[in-house]
Design a protein around this ligand. Structure first.
Ligand SMILES: NC(=O)C1=CN([C@@H]2O[C@H](COP(=O)(O)OP(=O)(O)OC[C@H]3O[C@@H](n4cnc5c(N)ncnc54)[C@H](O)[C@@H]3O)[C@@H](O)[C@H]2O)C=CC1
Ligand SMILES: NCC(=O)COP(=O)(O)O
Length: 352
């Protein structure tokens, strides 16, 4: 008897309507490779999507945009005042209300098991704040609504030069730099390391892998001379973690300025690099995202781990400076859609 083929059901939120969300979605879905194997629904306001399409049609090449009539749309109703107050290229309370409503709708339907994964187009955190929603980002909203106590922000990118896959988890995310060393604790580090190991094992099928962990201070503290966190608690914490999972190779604390040299070589074409890690753990946002975006800004995928469903997003933001011009690159959105499908299949397999 033939087995029914599983088609992941993805919901894609339109993101901030003043940004490039509509454009990268319409472009990504014009490429049939991005959606042929998936059932895709767009969560957003249909009228705004159609308006965006009409405006883009005049500046984009033919066939680079899918037509809204060819899409399944979960129409999120917005009141007429909110719609009227949305100005292209400007994040505002109105655009924040819209992108928040799209997310709420997608999350509720996914929790009701209508979808396997959520792919989110970018939102502006400042627009959410202006609309009265105090979340550092979409990740925290997803965690709250799904009652997830542990969640991680992982960036995944496959090199177009070598096929090597870079996976970078951020231990801390959207906090001021001056708070990083207070927020980092042994408990938080253990939580993030656990999440990374579980994700590598369950989502990527990696057993007994290697994880590289960056130091916090220049030269990882230079034996306390340039900062004491490594000596005072990070190194003892790592020794304990090595004892807990001896089958995993935990490299640390690697001086942050050289941690990304080998990944960079592997990314750009060197097949001979030794001891590459399956996952890289950066201690704060820009420590991890500067190298990721230098290597892979056009194709990295922000993946939330620890949620009861799959969530991916392109790595870029709303790009208000180029919205409506027809020049936004949709590669990262395509990669986000493809990874959401892949991870949905993988999770389904591990449940059966
Ligand atoms: N996943 C999400 O929801 C994210 C949201 N943001 C939000 O986006 C807003 C703007 O953030 P920025 O730091 O300016 O980052 P950004 O990624 O929006 O833009 C940075 C630069 O890259 C360019 N760019 C971005 N995406 C592009 C694309 N697909 N094709 C061609 N060029 C592109 C922009 O034009 C700009 O010059 C902020 O409010 C931030 O919070 C930022 C990152 C991720
Ligand atoms: N820098 C990553 C980012 O801003 C995405 O945040 P989130 O909205 O996915 O939480």
């Amino acid at each position: 008897m033939s087995e029914t083929i599983f088609r992941p059901r993805l919901v894609i939120t339109l993101g901030d309507p003043a940004g490039i969300g509509t454009e990268v979605i319409l472009k990504a879905l014009a490429d049939s490779r991005s959606h042929n194997n998936f059932d895709i629904t767009i969560a957003g306001c249909r009228d705004l999507l159609v308006d965006g399409y009409m405006a883009l049609k005049s500046v984009c090449d033919r066939n680079t945009l899918v037509e809204p009539d060819d899409l399944t749309i979960l129409d999120v109703d917005l009141d007429s005042l909110t719609r009227k107050n949305i100005t292209p290229c400007e994040g505002s309370a109105a655009s924040g209300m819209a992108s928040f409503a799209y997310m709420e709708s997608a999350i509720a339907r996914t929790l009701a098991l209508e979808f396997d994964a959520i792919v989110t187009a970018p939102i502006a955190k400042s627009a959410w704040k202006a609309a009265g929603y105090n979340y550092p980002g979409q990740t925290e909203l997803l965690a709250e609504k799904s009652n997830s106590q542990r969640v991680g922000m992982l960036f995944v990118a496959r090199s177009p030069h070598t096929g090597w896959m870079l996976r970078t988890l951020l231990a801390t995310t959207h906090i001021p730099l001056c708070q990083v060393s207070q927020v980092l604790t042994p408990e938080l580090m253990t939580q993030k390391l656990d999440l990374l190991v579980e994700c590598l094992e369950n989502d990527f099928g990696i057993e007994n892998g290697r994880i590289a962990i960056a130091g916090l201070n220049p030269h990882s503290g230079e034996q306390g001379q340039l900062g004491r966190e490594e000596i005072d608690w990070l190194i003892p914490w790592l020794d304990k973690e090595r004892g807990k999972r001896p089958q995993w190779h935990l490299d640390g604390f690697i001086p942050p300025d050289t941690m990304w040299v080998k990944p960079g070589q592997a990314w750009f074409g060197n097949h001979q690099v030794q001891n590459l890690a399956d996952g890289y753990l950066a201690l704060y946002h820009d420590q991890g995202l500067i190298p990721v975006k230098l290597m892979a800004f056009d194709r990295a995928v922000n993946t939330s781990i620890g949620l009861p469903f799959v969530r991916t997003s392109p790595d870029h933001g709303t790009a208000f400076d180029i919205a409506g011009k027809g020049i936004a690159d949709a590669t990262s959105m395509k990669a986000a859609i493809e990874l959401a499908g892949l991870l949905s299949v993988q999770r389904r397999k591990s449940k059966v």
